[in-house]
Each structure stands twice: as structure tokens, then as C-alpha cells.
Design a protein around this ligand. Structure first.
Ligand code: THU
Length: 136
């Protein structure tokens, strides 16, 4: 599955809108219901309005499949050392992660590293701490 996700992330990366950083990023994920979604980074002249590839993929997925969790996610950049998700994206992943959620980092050659999400953001602040956790 991670190889399929890698290919989807590479494909999604082609649509990257990144005139400011000139870093094209692609992401692809599998939901716990088996559906696969992808996204790319979309930058903004305000800079702060930029959205990372991971969050574009996550919001696309969750807007169509509310109540699902993320099983695995691949991020691909053109970099010798593959990029892990930024802190902002880790917090967003925490909202939809489960104990076995995996994160794979990749460059154009393929997947370089694989982590359990809990390794990337241990002791995350997540819906389980809130009364209105959205877990109806
Ligand atoms: N970016 C991502 O898409 N994902 C990450 O995890 C890190 C950063 C994007 C944001 C911006 O468009 C560019 O990469 C440089 O930071």
C-alpha cells in the first residue's frame, strides 16, 4: 500500500502551487475505510495562507469521509533527506490518527523512512482530551 501511496503522492505533487518557496510537495493517505486521497502544497502571496500538501490531502479526505481515521500517509519532496510533516501538520494528523497510524517520508527515488505517527508526535493533544471530541 505504501508504494501505491508513494505513486499517488508523486502524481499529486505535479499540481503543487509553490511560486514562493519553489518546493513542490505531494502527499497521499489511506483512510481506515480503504479510500485513498492526495494533495499538494498550495502557497499564498500572504505566505501565512499557505497550506501544506498533507493538510490539503487530509481535508479533502475528511470532507468526504467524516468520522474516519488515517491509516497511513506518505509525503514526497525533491530533497536528499526526505521531509517529515511540519508541526502544524502533525497536530492536524493527531486529530485523525489512531495507535497504528504510519507516516512515510519520501523523495523522488521512493520512500526513505517510515514512522509510527506516535513517534513523530508523542503525547499529542488530541480529541480524547476534550468532552466534545467529535467521536459521536
Ligand atoms: N510543506 C509541505 O507541503 N509539507 C510539509 O510537511 C512541510 C512544508 C510546504 C509548505 C511550503 O509550500 C513549502 O513546503 C516550503 O515550506
Amino acid at each position: 500500500m505504501s508504494e501505491t501511496l508513494f505513486k499517488k503522492a508523486m502524481e499529486a505533487r505535479k499540481a503543487s502551487y509553490s511560486p514562493y518557496s519553489e518546493y513542490k510537495v505531494g502527499a497521499s493517505l489511506k483512510l481506515s475505510n480503504g479510500k485513498v486521497f492526495s494533495g499538494c502544497n498550495i502557497e499564498n502571496a500572504s505566505y501565512g495562507g499557505t497550506v501544506c500538501a498533507e493538510r490539503v490531502a487530509i481535508w479533502s479526505a475528511l470532507s468526504q469521509h467524516p468520522g474516519t481515521k488515517i491509516d497511513e500517509i506518505v509525503v514526497v519532496t525533491d530533497s536528499k533527506k526526505a521531509w517529515p510533516p511540519c508541526g502544524f501538520c502533525r497536530q492536524v494528523i493527531a486529530e485523525f490518527a489512531h495507535e497504528e497510524t504510519k507516516v512515510h517520508t519520501a523523495n523522488l527515488k521512493g520512500i526513505q523512512s517510515s514512522f509510527l505517527f506516535s513517534e513523530l508526535l508523542p503525547n499529542s493533544f488530541n480529541p480524547s482530551f476534550l468532552k466534545k471530541s467529535g467521536q459521536k
